[in-house]
Design a protein around this ligand. Structure first.
Ligand code: ZN
Length: 187
């Protein structure tokens, strides 16, 4: 979403690019302004939506709940994984500079580090360095981990094991979503 806004040069995109170019983090306000704008588009109303990696703070979650009103989220999924495995995965991660597709050293693109999706260059992100990763994990513990209790209290949380292949994790997530839907229709 962020990449698209920057690419399209929207007012919010320009503002975000400025902040990121200075190496600073985007604040809750800007992130949630962007989410609000996107959630008003017609495809969202017709088909629903999945937010990946947002909200990241309790402040963002509160804003999101306010934006959605009585519709609210069906489910928040916490993908649980041991820190040692996170470190290993992040160190192996490679991303496409153009479309953001994810790869890893054990799951590279088919042709010589050009993206399978768009042909862009696939590289290791600067913020996937060891110091940057431990800084991000610290930030996670302080700002994002409290969301687990926040969503648990609201009976919106499902926990899913993040071990194994991406397909295995996907299957677990689908199962969690199906269980929630069955409960909602009272089966
Ligand atoms: Zn790409």
């Amino acid at each position: 979403m962020l990449r698209a806004a920057v690419k399209e040069g929207t007012a919010l995109g320009e503002k975000a690019k400025d902040i990121m170019d200075r190496g600073e983090l985007l604040g809750d306000d800007l992130i949630m302004e962007m989410v609000t704008e996107r959630l008003q588009e017609s495809d969202v109303r017709a088909r629903g939506f999945v937010l990946d990696g947002c909200p990241r703070t309790v402040g963002q979650a509160e804003r999101l709940a306010k934006i959605l009103g009585p519709l609210d989220l069906d489910l928040a999924i916490d993908i649980e994984i041991d820190t040692r495995i996170v470190l290993r995965r992040l160190a192996a991660r490679r991303v496409c500079v153009d479309c953001g597709a994810n790869y890893s050293t054990s799951n590279p693109p088919l042709i010589n580090w050009s993206c399978d999706v768009c042909g862009g260059e696939v590289i290791q992100r600067e913020d996937d360095s060891v110091e940057a990763i431990s800084r991000r994990l610290e930030l996670y513990e302080r700002q994002t981990a409290p969301l687990i209790a926040w969503y648990e209290e609201r009976h919106q949380l499902a926990k899913v094991a993040g071990t194994g292949t991406p397909d295995a994790v996907t299957r677990r997530m689908i199962r969690a979503i199906e269980q929630r839907r069955q409960r909602q229709v009272g089966l």
